[in-house]
Design a protein around this ligand. Structure first.
Ligand code: G
Ligand code: G
Ligand code: MN
Ligand code: NA
Length: 250
C-alpha cells in the first residue's frame, strides 16, 4: 500500500483535521485571525505534515477533493465561534487550474453561512505563474464575493514585484526565512524593511511569518509591521485547543 492510496480514503475515514495558527496585530497583540493548516492523522504513521502529502495530492488530483473539504470544514467551524475572527485557507495552484474556484467558494459561503469578510484565501506565486490571465480572472471573481486574498511566502518567488503590481492582494505574507535571520543578518533586516516600505507604498498590510522569539517581534514593532504569525505567538493547534485561554466556542 502506498501513501497515495491511503490518502485516497483519508477524507471518508475522517483522518484529515484542520489545525489553526493564530495571526496577531504587531502593535496591540490582538488576534486578527487564524491560518488553517491541514493535518493528516494516519492510523500507522501518526500525524503526517502537509509538506509530505499535499505534493502527492497535487500530483494525483486528490487536492481538489481535499481542498474543497478543508474549505468547507474550516468555514463550518469558524461559523460556530463566538468571536468573528478571520480564517485564512491555503489554495493549491491545481485548484485554480481545474476547479471552478469562485463558484465553489460562493457555494460554500452560502451553505455554511460564513460572512465573506471572514474568509481569506492564501495563494503563492506559483499559482500566478501557472496561468496569469486565468488566475487574475478568478481572483477578481473571488474578491467580488467580499473574500480577501493574501500572497503567501512572499520573497521566495522570482517575479514578486511584477506580481504585486498586477494582482489584487489584500495582504502580503513575508516568508519565514527572513524572520529566522533578521536578528543576526543586516541583509535580512534590510529586506524586511524594504518589504514593509513597499507594503506601505502600495497600501497592502504585511504579515511576517515564522516569528519564533520576542526579539523578532520587537524588531517587527520597531519597523511597524502590521501582523505576525509564528511559534512565539502560537503553534498550529486543533480546534478544541485554540480558544483555551480565549473566548468559548459554540
Ligand atoms: O503546517 P506545515 O508547516 O507543515 O505546512 C506546510 C505547507 O503545507 C505550507 O506551505 C502550507 O501552506 C501547506 N498547507 C497546509 N495546509 C494546506 C491546505 O489545506 N491546502 C494547501 N493547498 N496547502 C496547505
Ligand atoms: O507556507 P505556509 O505559510 O502556508 O506554511 C506555514 C507553515 O509554517 C506551517 O506548516 C507551520 O507549521 C509552519 N510554521 C508556522 N510558524 C512557524 C515558526 O514560527 N517557525 C517555523 N519554523 N515554522 C512555522
Ligand atoms: Mn500559508
Ligand atoms: Na508561508
Amino acid at each position: 500500500r502506498s501513501l497515495a492510496q491511503d490518502l485516497r480514503r483519508a477524507i471518508e475515514l475522517d483522518q484529515l483535521e484542520p489545525y489553526y495558527q493564530v495571526q496577531t496585530s504587531v502593535l496591540t497583540g490582538d488576534i486578527r485571525g487564524y491560518e488553517v493548516l491541514l493535518r493528516w492523522n494516519h492510523p500507522e504513521l501518526g500525524s503526517v505534515p502537509p509538506s509530505e502529502f499535499i505534493p502527492i495530492a497535487e500530483e494525483n488530483g486528490l487536492i481538489l477533493a481535499i481542498g474543497e473539504w478543508v474549505l468547507r470544514t474550516a468555514c463550518q467551524q469558524a461559523v460556530s465561534w463566538h468571536t468573528p475572527y478571520k480564517i485564512a485557507v491555503n489554495l493549491s495552484p491545481v485548484q485554480f487550474a481545474h476547479a471552478d474556484l469562485s463558484k465553489l467558494v460562493h457555494e460554500i459561503l452560502l451553505e455554511t453561512g460564513l460572512s465573506p469578510n471572514r474568509l481569506e484565501l492564501e495563494i503563492t506565486e506559483s499559482t500566478i505563474i501557472a496561468d496569469k490571465t486565468r488566475t487574475l480572472h478568478i481572483l477578481r471573481q473571488i474578491r467580488a464575493l467580499g473574500v480577501t486574498i493574501a500572497l503567501d511566502d512572499f520573497g521566495t518567488g522570482y517575479s514578486s514585484l511584477d506580481t504585486l503590481r498586477s494582482f489584487p492582494f489584500d495582504k502580503i505574507k513575508l516568508d519565514r526565512s527572513f524572520m529566522s535571520e533578521v536578528e543576526q543578518s543586516p541583509q535580512a533586516k534590510a529586506i524586511v524593511r524594504a518589504v514593509l516600505t513597499l507594503g506601505k507604498s502600495l497600501d497592502i498590510p504585511v504579515l511576517a511569518e515564522g516569528v519564533e522569539t520576542d526579539d523578532q517581534l520587537s524588531i517587527l514593532r520597531i519597523e511597524q509591521c502590521d501582523e505576525a504569525q509564528g511559534f512565539f505567538l502560537g503553534r498550529p493547534k486543533p480546534l478544541n485547543q485554540i480558544f483555551r485561554q480565549g473566548p468559548a466556542i459554540a
